[in-house]
Design a binder for this molecule. Structure first.
Ligand SMILES: *[C@@H]1O[C@H](CO)[C@@H](O)[C@H](O)[C@H]1NC(C)=O
Ligand SMILES: *[C@@H]1O[C@H](CO)[C@@H](O)[C@H](O)[C@H]1NC(C)=O
Length: 478
């Protein structure tokens, strides 16, 4: 069941392994293993944005579901190199390093005055500025924009608070896989005037011929700039009217292929914030991996909230309202907690440190001290596998050539309110570019910020209940 489905078939043949025999058996437990479902119905400092007047959600049993694809799938036909696992892996790690650098610039700075200053200069008070560095995005959904709906791939980003698409007339557009959206062909498009309250919500908005203008700059110099509009978006069979979107006439960046970005962050201008009352800030996703043909899902609405999930309080960081912070208290290896300072995962009163759930980061980052403790415990309990040299951002790798099955200790997250999430083995021991090399998929963070990356989230149903301030793990695998 813990098949390494991410391995290309060719690689499997070289390894003389069948899918079902590359087993990283969890020694302690099987997934999902949640203890103590301790749900307290209290609000933990979570801002509930007042919903905009988005109208016309045709509720489908209280939820609507979208297919979620990883970029490796989107590009698998496009570029030959992307068919190569090694190339894909290294490209992904490069994107990851940039994404994390950008998040650290925005969110860290604890004890580092330069960091704090840089944050203020670049980002303070800019609700629409995304933490998404490359803008390249890891996961995509296909949605309809306008009336009649035209289908577009959109990047989803849990750290962004705006929805935007490239728009005609295009002064400058990067290449996308579908024709660029043309407002002139949509009956439901309406511009937003400068005096509108919607315009007020976009903090670096401006006025251009009485139309509300917006601009989003990304860490690497990517940007989108254009006019704010209300438009109809179609998600499968669900039609949502009057969504405030950026209609980008000047765009640059690495959004390759996608028409734009669907921010699902915690702020009021993200899709989730705008849906507000209608979905109760509720959505759920399943990330499915790495070069497989399988797709994950993104489900909106209260009906998407599963029964039996382990619920963890969401924490709000006023310095970074877009991001979903959670309370983590410890880490475990093989069912035993590893020794880390008690407050190492704490989000401080000034908004430093803490633990962010991010769909745009691949590999979980931990403060160096916590990473070292976790890695050392993992190495100490993984005596049956030969080590090999580090690869990319990983310092703990194993040569599994010739192994038919491998056993590794479990890795667990201990959450502050009690639940323990034990990860499936292929969420922490992953094949890297080199044939037969698997690495321990965590990495140290140079700051106090921890980031739970998408490789650790893969295959686990993850649900956000924004209205009540909780994130749920499980109970389903996907
Ligand atoms: C890949 O190519 C096939 C046929 O060439 C096409 O039908 C399919 O839509 C493409 N997939 C993506 C994700 O673009
Ligand atoms: C892995 O081990 C195999 C033998 O089991 C050996 O042939 C190969 O060179 C090793 N690879 C690395 C990268 O050490």
């Amino acid at each position: 069941m813990f098949a390494y489905s991410a391995l290309p078939v060719v690689l499997l043949a070289l390894l003389h392994l069948s899918l079902s025999s590359v087993v990283a058996t969890a020694t302690a437990t099987s997934y999902p293993d949640f203890q103590l479902l301790n749900v307290k119905q209290v609000l933990i400092g979570t801002k509930i944005p007042r919903p905009l007047e988005v109208s016309g959600v045709r509720e489908n049993q209280g939820k609507w579901k979208m297919k979620l694809v990883h970029r490796d799938m989107l590009y698998s036909n496009a570029t030959a190199t992307f068919k190569d696992h090694g190339h894909r892996f290294h490209a992904r790690m490069q994107r990851d390093v940039k994404r994390v650098a950008s998040l650290l610039r925005r969110l860290s700075g604890g004890g580092d005055q330069d960091g704090a200053a840089a944050y203020e200069a670049n980002d303070f008070g800019s609700e629409v500025v995304s933490g998404m560095d490359q803008g390249s995005g890891e996961y995509f959904v296909r949605i309809g924009v306008g009336s009649p709906p035209r289908s577009h791939y959109m990047v989803i980003d849990s750290g962004s608070d705006i929805v935007w698409v490239q728009c005609q007339p295009c002064s400058q557009c990067y290449k996308q896989s579908d024709p660029v959206f043309d407002p002139a062909e949509s009956a439901s498009y309406s511009g937003v005037s400068c005096s509108s309250s919607v315009c007020d919500r976009v903090e670096n908005s401006g006025c251009n011929a009485r139309q509300c203008g917006y601009e989003v700059m990304y860490g690497d110099g990517s940007y989108t700039k254009g006019t704010l509009a209300l438009e109809t978006l179609t998600f499968g069979r669900t039609v949502v009217k009057k969504v405030a979107i950026g209609c980008g006439h000047i765009n640059r960046g690495m959004f390759t292929g996608a028409a734009g970005l669907l921010g699902i962050g915690g702020g009021s201008m993200s899709l989730i914030g705008q849906l507000g009352g209608q979905t109760g800030g509720a959505f759920s996703y399943c990330l499915v991996s790495r070069g497989t043909d399988a797709s994950g899902s993104l489900v909106f609405g209260r009906g998407a909230m599963p029964v039996g999930a382990a619920w963890i309080p969401l924490l709000h960081n006023p310095r970074a309202p877009s991001y979903y912070y959670i309370g983590l208290s410890g880490l475990g290896v093989g069912g035993t907690q590893v020794p880390v300072p008690k407050d190492i995962f704490q989000l401080t009163e000034l908004g430093y440190g803490g633990v962010v759930m991010d769909t745009g980061t691949a590999i979980t980052r931990l403060p160096t001290m916590a990473y070292n403790a976790l890695r050392d415990a993992f190495i100490a309990q993984t005596t049956n596998l030969p080590r090999t040299s580090g690869v990319s951002i990983f310092d703990t790798c194993y040569n599994v050539s010739g192994f038919v099955s491998i056993q590794v200790p479990t890795i667990s997250f201990y959450f502050s309110n009690g639940p323990i999430l034990t990860l499936p083995a292929n969420n922490f021991l992953i094949p890297v570019g080199d044939v037969g090399t698997f690495c321990f998929a965590f990495s140290p963070s140079t700051s106090g910020l921890s980031i739970i990356g998408n490789i650790q989230q893969e295959g686990i149903q993850i649900s956000f209940d924004g209205a009540n301030g909780f994130v749920g793990f499980g109970p389903n695998v996907c």
